[in-house]
Design a protein around this ligand. Structure first.
Ligand SMILES: [Zn+2]
Ligand SMILES: [Zn+2]
Length: 244
């Protein structure tokens, strides 16, 4: 860690009880996903058409990752209860100190998302795969939850200069977000390339100025200014730096 990074804000350390909770959440989510995948593999209804659920699920979860990331970067205050501390603060820290993300361990990185996928996976286990349509729905849910479960992990891999070889291959084939593509989000003012799973939605969303148009609509309706909290966060940081 260089001296510049040392002075920057860092991710809040989680308590042992929270780490245990996240550990159980990760274990439960991965087991549920495996059970669900096993159930799909046993079905005789799975055909080529139902396999289209895989790319569709991956596109939808990539879009959702972009919406959540954009929402956390753009709106709300890090002083808000629960969401402020667990979602908004990490994103504020992440823009000013991206390298800190690499210090987060697997459970701390993935626990939140794992916990959120559990209800969806439990519900999915009750799905009866008795027709090609239900097989398509099941595969869509499995791809959506499976890739969604890995969102933060994929994001962390995209920050590594030399990720493990299998991950680098997945990045190079475009199946998951690459370092090069995500780096574009980390150029100030951090207003595009929000999608952080496959990254497939980034180009089309940028082509239609999706997020900037949405911001204009929200500002018109609510009067809120985008990134007002992030601006306050970075201003407070520069004030601290200059007063040293
Ligand atoms: Zn961001
Ligand atoms: Zn990042």
């Amino acid at each position: 860690m260089d001296s510049r990074t040392k002075d920057l804000p860092a991710h809040l350390e989680i308590r042992l009880a929270t780490r245990l909770f996240y550990g159980v959440s990760c274990l439960a989510a991965f087991c549920l996903l495996l059970f669900f995948a096993f159930k799909i593999c046993q079905s005789t209804q799975v055909g080529w058409m139902s396999l289209l659920g895989i790319p569709l699920g991956m596109i939808c979860v990539d879009f959702l990752s972009g919406m959540i990331h954009w929402g956390a970067d753009t709106w709300g205050s890090e002083s808000m209860p629960i969401l402020g501390k667990r979602l908004l603060h990490p994103f504020r820290v992440h823009h000013v100190n991206p390298a800190d993300f690499l210090n987060r361990r697997f459970i701390d990185t993935n626990g939140d998302v794992a916990f959120l996928t559990i209800p969806g996976l439990v519900t999915a286990l009750f799905l009866r795969i008795e027709s090609p349509v239900s097989a398509f729905v099941a595969i869509f849910i499995a791809a959506f939850c499976g890739v969604g479960l890995m969102t933060n992990q994929i994001h962390q891999w995209a920050h590594m200069r030399t990720p493990p070889m299998p991950i680098r291959l997945l990045q190079q084939t475009g199946l998951i977000l690459s370092h090069e593509q995500h780096e574009m989000h980390h150029r100030p003012p951090h207003v595009d390339n929000y999608c952080i799973t496959t990254g497939w939605c980034n180009r089309p969303l940028q082509a239609i100025s999706f997020f900037s148009r949405l911001e204009k609509i929200i500002t018109r309706i609510t009067g809120l200014q985008p990134r007002y909290d992030e601006t306050a966060f970075t201003d407070a940081l520069s004030d601290k730096e200059t007063s040293k």
